[in-house]
Design a protein around this ligand. Structure first.
Ligand SMILES: [Ca+2]
Length: 107
């Protein structure tokens, strides 16, 4: 196991933070950043990405696979990628980021 000096941890966390593009994002009460993506560019969210602070293994997403305004899949990026079925409505009044998230594995 690699030793990381305590002074390096805040610098490492700051380097991982991304706040340059806030379009289509919101922040919940626990500072989780939620980004709504419009993958097929129809003006409706079809993937929402939840990124809790300081926890790369806690990122999760809801995905509308067939663009029917219902989320059918929840994806968790933990020690591995875990996918489960859901049936939830897609939110209607959110700011959108066009295209796909950079994070892979939700497909
Ligand atoms: Ca869409």
């Amino acid at each position: 196991m690699r030793y990381i000096p305590p002074i390096a941890l805040p610098l490492l966390l700051a380097a991982c933070a991304h706040s340059d593009n806030t379009a289509g994002t919101s922040e919940s009460s626990d500072a989780t950043v939620v980004t709504y993506y419009d993958r097929n560019l129809d003006g409706i969210a079809d993937l929402e990405l939840h990124e809790p602070p300081y926890c790369d293994d806690c990122i999760w997403a809801l995905v509308d696979i067939d663009f029917d305004r219902r989320y059918e899949r929840r994806v968790n990026w933990s020690f591995g990628i875990i996918k489960e079925s859901v049936n939830l409505p897609v939110p209607g009044d959110v700011n959108l980021v066009p295209g796909n998230p950079k994070l892979r594995g939700w497909e």
